[in-house]
Design a binder for this molecule. Structure first.
Ligand code: NDP
Length: 479
């Protein structure tokens, strides 16, 4: 029985609050605070209407550390669940440190003025969190989040060594608009239009040029196409990182057809995604990791056009004597992701395609979840992308409050080469103080989290893929 303070009342926030209210034996008191009180009220009313009891609501500007400290001191929660925007991560983490309160988020810190994200600034809190005896859980959404846990689960139960990971994210849903984003438009468009990168420590794996010789190529991996863009204004680099290299490519430069079990073949584009940064450090034997996301033609054409006319710019421009940031103006024009919920049909499919060695033999494992947009709407008034983020946030919070993750719970040690860490992050991944500190998802025992996925609405499937591309189901949480 514990008190939890949730910050953020958007698409994801609505799901987290409903799901916490469905698990009252753990979340006995729920306070939902956000910038706009009315949005909190809509969620609180829906929770009440569904017979899930009362939650309290409040208002806060989470950019202000002082306001966050005052709010935490007012309610004295055991845990703060941050599902506001990535811009607020550091101010909320700082307020948690000052009040010695556990912290959880679903996306890593981004500075509003640069479309760039990395964990370093959050890892720098590790030593201070250890000294304060509090636990910070980073990235407890789906990707990052469940994808990290899928990799840790594969490492624990299916491999001695993992050599390559491809994270596949497919939203096969249709909301009926020509163009809309299924989570915060500003964050979504910054992510997709940024240069793409993947990590590799093995040149043979840096481009999959041998795919056509691969016997399972047509069955599961399908074709990989490399586009060379006419103009590339991005500063593309190869950078050393953790014994391998980040290799940059232009945005949407590499497309590959993946076959998504139960959904079909979809064009998928290589993107940079934040879980790659921590998985590189924490997965034993890794030689390459990439992230792919599906996009429809309409989305890509609109995005390219918006970029070409300058509407994806994140810097200030002068408009009729006023300063505006084009991407923020675009966000105002686009449909609110929350409004997509009642009109979205179809499914999301997110999984990890993992190759490695077990008992001296090569093996390929695919772990995935499929989520139905309409079923999500029926359950908690949300579309699948908010649902697949909000449920894992609730599960992370539940495990912390139950003592299964966090203080007192064993951690999976990393390779502990932290020579590149920022000051304060030197001991990240080292469990020197009874489970406290700042941790990524895959550094915790995956088993209790996986068990909760099956219970809380996101069941997972594990299959083995043989050398001919045939799939054999090893676990299916839906049965
Ligand atoms: P929304 O834009 O729908 O909601 C964001 C919420 O945060 C709104 O209620 C907003 O308030 C509130 N907020 C913004 N700024 C502040 C502030 N300064 N103080 C207090 N509240 C504030 O976003 P989503 O719900 O779609 O996304 C929430 C988070 O989930 C984001 O960080 C996103 O990156 C992350 N995410 C993670 C995924 C994963 O799989 N890991 C996938 C999808 C999203 P207001 O309404 O007033 O603007």
């Amino acid at each position: 029985m514990a008190c939890v303070l949730q910050i953020g009342a958007g698409g994801v926030g609505g799901v987290v609050a409903h799901k916490m209210a469905m698990n009252r034996e753990v979340f006995s008191r729920i306070i939902l605070a956000s910038r706009t009180l009315d949005k909190c009220k809509v969620i609180a009313d829906s929770i009440k209407q569904k017979g899930l009891g009362e939650i309290e609501i409040d208002c806060v500007d989470a950019d202000s550390v002082e306001s966050m400290v005052a709010l935490i001191e007012k309610y004295k929660p055991k845990l703060v669940v941050n599902v506001a925007l990535p811009y607020q991560d550091l101010s909320i983490m700082e307020a948690c440190l000052r009040t010695k309160t556990h912290y959880l988020d679903t996306a890593n810190y981004e500075h509003p003025d640069s479309a760039h994200f990395e964990y370093k600034e959050q890892w720098a809190y590790d030593t201070r969190y250890k000294e304060a005896g509090i636990f910070g859980l980073l990235g407890s959404g789906f990707d990052p989040g469940v994808t990290n846990v899928f990799c840790a689960y594969a490492q624990k139960h299916y491999f001695d060594e993992i050599h390559s990971i491809d994270i596949l994210d497919c939203n096969a849903g249709d909301h009926g608009y020509a163009f809309a984003t299924n989570f915060n438009p500003e964050i979504n468009l910054r992510e997709v239009s940024s240069k793409a990168r993947f990590w590799s420590k093995d040149n043979d794996l840096s481009k999959n040029t041998d795919l056509k010789k691969d016997t399972i190529y047509r069955k599961f991996e399908r074709e990989e196409k490399h586009f060379s863009l006419e103009a590339n204004t991005q500063d593309l680099k190869n950078e050393d990182y953790f014994g391998g290299q980040w290799q940059d490519i232009a945005p949407l430069d590499l497309m590959k057809e993946w076959e998504y079990p139960e959904v079909g073949v979809k064009n998928s584009y290589l993107l940079y995604h934040e879980e790659l940064e921590s998985l590189v450090r924490n997965i034993k034997g890794l030689k390459r990791i990439r992230f792919f996301m599906t996009f429809g033609e309409s989305y890509l054409t609109h995005m390219k056009c918006l970029e070409n006319v300058g509407l994806l710019r994140v810097d200030e421009i002068e408009h009729n004597g006023q300063k505006i940031v084009p991407i923020q103006a675009l966000k105002t024009l686009l449909p609110d992701p929350v409004s997509l919920a009642p009109r979205t049909k179809g499914q999301t499919h997110i999984g990890c395609y993992i190759k490695g060695i077990k008992d001296g033999k090569e093996r390929t494992i695919y772990i995935y979840n499929i989520c139905d947009h309409e079923a999500c709407y029926k359950e908690v008034n949300a579309q699948g992308v908010s649902y697949t983020t909000g449920v894992p946030a609730m599960i992370g919070a539940k495990l912390i409050l139950e003592g299964k993750w966090g203080i007192g719970a064993a951690k999976i040690p990393n390779n502990a080469d932290n020579s590149d860490m920022p000051k304060g992050g030197e001991y990240q991944g080292v469990d020197s103080n009874n489970g406290s500190g700042v941790w990524n998802m895959e550094q915790n025992d995956p088993d209790p989290f996986m068990a909760e996925l099956n219970k809380q609405g996101l069941p997972y499937v594990v299959c083995e893929i043989d050398s001919k591309g045939e799939r054999k189901v090893l676990e299916d949480g839906r049965k």
